[in-house]
Design a protein around this ligand. Structure first.
Ligand code: ADP
Length: 987
């Protein structure tokens, strides 16, 4: 296409052709230039708006438009087709010039209106008097319902015979006279057009011609009138609604989304105190309502609009008649698409209801209160209360009445027995009695027994009428009383009376009633039998009949005193004489009996205690026997009340063993502990505590007798009853001596063995230096060179010193061997080591060995012998120094190993000891490498170990060849001294 355009072959085409791109002319052919009347070259680049009157014509395929020609507007028919020019969308437009008459034709025929061309007729004065049809469009002809021939030349007035001519002509005249288009809407009927509303447009033309356009507007008119009718109907309905809404006591307010008051009924206006005109179209803000309520309302409004759900709430606000309560409902009003468009606010005055409710609540609360008091009162009695109405329904049930059921007092009200599921017969019986009381107005009382959770129980039921103020029975109250206990007591009383009389007759005790004179009024069988009589033989006789003569006086005095009410003589032991002359012992319990008439009697209850007395005697005898056995024992038997620190019993052997008498023990409650040797005391206290914890103790300890002698006792004791310890002790001093001697002998034997071994080993040690000395002495004698002599003497001295050292070690060793006990004192190991290490540190410094100390911050107390400990530690330090090379290191550390032990670590970076050697290094005279350890004798470690062990401690060694060794000395930590002023509660 582009080449074609460039070839200008389009210029040969008679029709005007434009190529348009981006609403601008890209190319126009010669015909186009001719049509517009400008040089062809000037057209390129011209905008379509400058080319066409109506550029929109290019949007359709075929259109009519006007080209803007040099000589004026040219009507053209356009054909537009979309093409692609240089890969861009473009339009190819062909324009064909149109004939004006064709134009006119197109215009009127294309119009939707009916068209008529008319000519006005004028009189001599130029006044329009008639209108004649000159031409008509096809639609116009049809509209007139005439043939074209008949229509042309017809006068308008003929066309509408029913209309007055003036009315018809008036519009034409006006258009003609004013030279302005005339518009009117009118209803036309008959003939020319079909009946209906028409829009008529009269446009004045040249030469008395007028163009008439007629448009059927019946439909529009119809809908308009419909709208009008509807509007009036709506208005009618709105008025009706308003009337209805205004007649209700509730307020109705309609809001739009923005919260404008659209409608408010009379009540609503009344509440606001404003007129409809004042509120309509306003928001609460514009009406000046308070902010706080307004904002809440706005939120609610937003909620209703958003959710489409109504809300109801109660509110209170001031009105002209004071503060009132309202129930407000916000209801969304939807359009037909379901959108919320309005919101209806219904405000219902509930002040009265609220007050009534409040009143009711108050009453209910009062009633509830009363009921509670009632319930409370009733629940304090074991009795149960039920109340029934005429229909046998529960009116009230006390809490206790329902105790054995799972029913609640409130829930039974209004129900019958049957409805509550009680057994048929029980309910029926009760109902029957209720009916009876309602009928007779009289109380019914009866007893019955029925099973309960506590077994069969007896009840007393009282059905009594409850009258109203007019004396009518309104309810029946049933009181149920559990009388099981009462019945039981009654029964028991009857029983006991029976029992009493039978006791009286058959009792083991003798019972007699004696009058003031001392005469028997009543005597039971037992009483008589005690004295060998029958009751009949005694009644009427004086009580002195049973007394031996020497008791007469005492008997009379006692008798008088009892009658005088002196209680001192109520109980007494009496020697009496039986009928057969045998004397027996009795205990007499006397009581004063005063009859209603004031008569006084003495009631005597008498027990024959002869047998008892005899038994008691036997018991005493056996007790005496027991005591004498205990006292004849060699073992000490003791019994102690621990808490009260009281010796309950100690036999005479305890006295013999301890040297202290029972009186001493009683005077000093703690004596049994105090006599324990101080060294054994703590152990004894611990054992007493163990005994209190139900352990049987078998122990031996030393006591210090009263005469100062120390004795060993064996004591075996146990908890006999709560806080009471019983024990048996014996003196085992002699036995202990024998045992000790045996032990001593064994030890001695061992010592001898060790010593002989020692002597053997030691002599070997002496041999080496002595032989060296011998050789040197020999050489000394031989040489005369003073320098050599001095050398030999020096060598001899050295060996002598070595012997001296060996002797010292041996002495230490043997001393330790023969020692049984060290002199312990409480020492702080940190302080001891601080002193000892001074020498070691100096030696280390001389040998170029670093020495560090890390002593625990805590003071570490132990029981120790300062001298011996010094020896032991020096041995360890000596070794560390000896077996550690220059530039090595020795670290001393003390610390608490656990709550019972403390430890001292001596660590070195020396040669170390192999695992095999470790087992031997504590043996006497043992040296790992004799060649290397010429300095020592293999006695340092044995001595150190001996000392540590004598301190009840131990030495541990960890070592690695070539790395170093740690010697750990562990000692028992010293506890704080026991405060003996506050010993535990032990006798
Ligand atoms: P000596 O007087 O020969 O040192 P000891 O009884 O003190 O005798 O020691 C016995 C042996 O244990 C020593 O000969 C030595 O071989 C070894 N020994 C002791 N302490 C150390 C140590 N700190 N490092 C290496 N070896 C040691």
């Amino acid at each position: 296409m582009t080449e074609a355009i460039q070839g200008n072959w389009l210029d040969a085409i008679p029709a005007a052709v434009f190529l348009i791109q981006d609403r601008r002319v890209v190319f126009a052919n010669r015909a186009a230039a001719d049509l517009i009347g400008c040089p062809q070259g000037e057209l390129a680049g011209v905008a379509v708006d400058d080319l066409l009157d109506d550029a929109a014509a290019l949007d359709t395929e075929h259109s009519h438009a006007h080209l803007k020609g040099r000589a004026g507007s040219l009507p053209v028919a356009l054909t537009t087709s979309a093409i692609e020019h240089e890969s861009q969308p473009a339009q190819l437009v062909t324009a064909l010039q149109r004939d004006p008459s064709e134009l006119y034709h197109d215009a009127i025929e294309g119009s939707l209106d009916s068209f008529y061309l008319v000519k006005v007729q004028r009189d001599a004065d130029g006044v329009v008097v008639g209108v004649v049809v000159v031409d008509a469009s096809e639609r116009g002809v049809q509209q007139a319902q005439l043939t074209r021939d008949r229509l042309i030349g017809l006068s308008i007035t003929d066309l509408y015979p029913n209309l007055p001519p003036s009315a018809l002509i008036e519009g034409f005249a006006q258009a003609f006279n004013t030279r302005q288009p005339y518009n009117s809407e009118l209803f036309l009927a008959d003939r020319v057009v079909k009946d209906g509303w028409y829009h008529v447009q009269l446009i004045p033309l040249e030469d008395d011609h007028i163009a008439v356009f007629l448009r059927d507007i019946s439909e529009r008119k119809e809908s308009e009138s419909m709208v009008q009718r509807l509007a009036s109907e709506v208005e009618q309905q709105a008025r009706l609604l308003d009337e209805v809404l205004s007649a209700t006591p509730d307020a109705f307010i309609l809001f739009d989304r923005a919260g404008h008051y659209l409608y408010t009924n009379r009540k609503g206006l009344e509440l606001s105190g404003l007129t409809a005109a004042q509120v309509t179209g306003k928001t609460w803000r514009e009406l000046g309502f308070p902010e706080e309520t307004g904002l809440i309302f706005e939120q609610r409004l937003a909620h209703v609009f958003a959710s489409g759900e109504s809300i109801t709430y109660e509110e209170q606000f001031p009105t002209l008649t004071g503060l009132r309560d309202f129930l407000t409902t916000l209801t969304p009003i939807h359009d037909k698409d379901g959108n919320v468009i309005f919101m209806l606010n219904t405000i219902h005055d509930i002040t009265e209801r609220k007050q009534a409710e409040l009143e009711q609540q108050k009453l209910a609360a009062e009633l509830e209160q009363q009921m509670r008091v009632f319930d409370e009162v009733l629940s304090t009695t074991p009795d149960t209360f039920l109340m029934f109405d005429r229909e046998n329904r529960f009116v009230y049930a006390s809490p206790s009445a329902l105790r054995n059921t799972d029913l609640k007092p409130k829930l039974v009200v209004g129900k019958t027995w049957r409805e509550l599921g009680f057994p048929q017969e029980n309910g029926e019986q009760a109902d029957e009695k209720v009916r009876q009381v309602f009928a007779t107005g009289e109380t019914v009382l009866f007893e019955e027994s029925f099973p309960t959770v506590q077994g069969l129980r007896q009840f007393e039921s009282i059905f009594s009428p409850l009258h109203d103020k007019d004396g009518q029975v309104v309810a029946v109250v049933i009181t149920n009383r559990d009388i099981t206990e009462r019945k039981q007591i009654e029964e028991a009383l009857r029983e006991s009376e029976k029992l009493l009389s039978s006791i009286y007759q058959t009792a083991l005790a003798g019972i007699a009633v004696v009058d003031v004179e001392g005469n028997y009024v009543q005597v039971n069988h037992t009483y008589a039998a005690i004295y060998g009589y029958t009751p009949a033989e005694m009644i009427g006789k004086n009580f002195t009949m049973i007394l031996p003569p020497d008791q007469y006086k005492r008997g009379r005095i006692s008798h008088t005193r009892v009658l005088a009410g002196e209680t001192s003589d109520y109980v007494g032991e009496w020697r009496v004489v039986r009928r057969d002359g045998q004397e027996v012992e009795v205990v007499s319990y006397n009581n004063l009996l005063i009859r209603e008439n004031g008569e006084r009697f003495r009631v005597a209850v008498v027990l024959d205690v002869t047998a008892q007395k005899q038994a008691q005697g036997a018991l005493e005898a056996s007790e005496k026997r027991l005591t004498s056995i205990l006292n004849s024992m060699e073992d000490g038997v003791w019994s102690v009340q621990v808490e009260k620190r009281q010796l309950l019993y100690a036999n005479s052997a305890v006295e013999t063993i301890t040297g202290y008498s029972t009186a001493d023990f009683n005077a000093a409650p703690n004596l049994l502990l105090d006599i324990v040797h101080p060294d054994d005391q703590q152990r004894f206290i611990d054992q007493v505590n163990q005994a209190l914890a139900h352990e049987r103790i078998d122990t031996e300890y030393r006591i210090l007798r009263r005469d100062g002698e120390t004795r060993w006792v064996h004591n075996r004791f146990w908890l006999a009853s709560e806080q009471r310890i019983d024990g048996i002790m014996s003196d085992v001093t002699d036995r202990r001596h024998v045992a000790q001697q045996t032990m001593q002998l064994a030890i001695e034997r061992e010592r001898v063995r060790i010593l002989s071994n020692f002597v053997r080993d030691a002599s070997h040690e002496f041999r080496t230096p002595l032989s060296v000395i011998n050789t040197r002495l020999y050489l000394l004698e031989k040489v005369s060179d003073p320098r050599r002599q001095a050398e030999y003497i020096e060598g001899i001295k050295e060996q002598a010193e070595r012997i001296l050292k060996l002797v010292e070690s041996l002495i230490t060793m043997s001393r330790l061997d023969s020692l049984t006990r060290l002199h312990f004192e409480r020492i702080d190991i940190n302080r001891v080591l601080s002193a000892i290490t001074v020498n070691a540190e100096a030696a280390a410094a001389r040998s170029g060995i670093a020495f560090t100390r890390d002593l625990s911050h805590e003071t570490l107390y132990m029981q120790g012998d300062l001298n011996e400990l010094t020896t032991a530690f020096n041995a360890i330090f000596d070794n560390a120094l000896s077996y550690t090379a220059r530039d090595g290191q020795i670290d001393l550390r003390t610390y608490r190993l656990n709550d019972r032990e403390i430890a001292v670590d001596v660590r070195d970076t020396g040669v170390g000891i192999s695992g095999a050697e470790l087992t031997h290094i504590f043996e006497r005279f043992y040296r790992v490498d004799t060649a290397r350890s010429v300095r020592g004798f293999g006695l340092g470690l044995p001595i150190a170990r001996k000392i540590v062990e004598m301190h009840h401690g131990r030495i541990e060694v960890e070592s690695k060849l070539g790395v170093g060794s740690v010697f750990r000395l562990v000692f028992p930590a010293d506890k704080l001294p026991r405060d003996l002023r506050n010993p535990p509660s032990v006798p």
